[in-house]
Write a protein that binds this ligand. Structure first.
Ligand code: C5J
Length: 223
């Protein structure tokens, strides 16, 4: 099944593909959350929620696997190296008290995935202590056990956790397709540059396409 994409068509194999939705968490997206408190325009991220919801619905309709990630640390910060924790202004660091609970701590209200994108019980939801989704998560082994060789990516932010996860996946041998309108950054130029980096040099990290291209291929393929 061919999906129109850049730099060239993506040969989608529905038997081996999974969707990865990166970090669609309240603290990054909702007004009053951590991202907002850092001075970011969270409305940019909020705007992709309907597209991400449509992408999730597409995978559910075709009974294809979905993985949701959260950037989250243990309450005792044992999985947060000082090199990560000590970045940023005091009072706005990982583990500090934020408007929606302790910043980037598992189980805190702000750390939750947006309710409208919440994982279903049969979907995989993982907490990741890194920006990438493979560091200290065991996810590669789970995907291998499922026979997954292709990953479709969505989520936030494009240039940080999405790009890091895509690069990690590329190095582990997955074919990676980024859904351009289902990912966003606080910085428009960073999103645009990331997409160009991914598809450059014959798809050095992977492919990129809008949701409509993936949807039309999947709907046509399944009759
Ligand atoms: C960041 C993320 N930007 N999910 N996290 O720190 O991209």
């Amino acid at each position: 099944m061919q999906v129109t994409a850049r730099p060239y068509a993506f040969a989608l194999d529905p038997a081996r593909v999974a969707l990865v939705v990166i970090d669609m968490q309240r603290d990054f997206i909702e007004p009053g959350g951590f991202g907002d408190s850092l001075g970011n325009d969270v409305a940019r991220l909020k705007a992709i929620v309907p597209t991400v919801a449509s992408l999730i619905a597409l995978f559910r309709r075709h009974a294809l696997p979905i993985i949701h990630t959260r950037e989250a640390h243990q309450p005792d910060l044992s999985d947060c190296p000082p090199a990560k924790r000590l970045r940023g202004a005091p009072g706005l660091r990982i583990g500090d008290a934020g408007a929606m609970g302790r910043i980037l701590i598992a189980g805190e209200p702000g750390n939750a995935i947006l309710p409208e994108l919440a994982p279903l019980p049969d979907e995989i939801a993982i907490d990741k202590p890194g920006k990438g989704m493979f560091w200290a998560t065991g996810l590669h082994e789970r995907l291998q056990a499922m026979g997954i060789t292709q990953l479709v990516f969505a989520g936030v932010t494009t240039e940080v956790c999405v790009q890091t996860s895509m690069r990690e996946a590329n190095d582990r041998g997955y074919d990676c397709l980024l859904i351009e309108d289902a990912t966003e950054s606080y910085f428009p130029a960073f999103k645009a540059a990331t997409i160009e980096m991914i598809v450059a040099q014959g798809g050095i990290v992977g492919w990129a396409t809008p949701l409509a291209s993936l949807a039309s291929a999947l709907e046509a393929g399944h009759g």
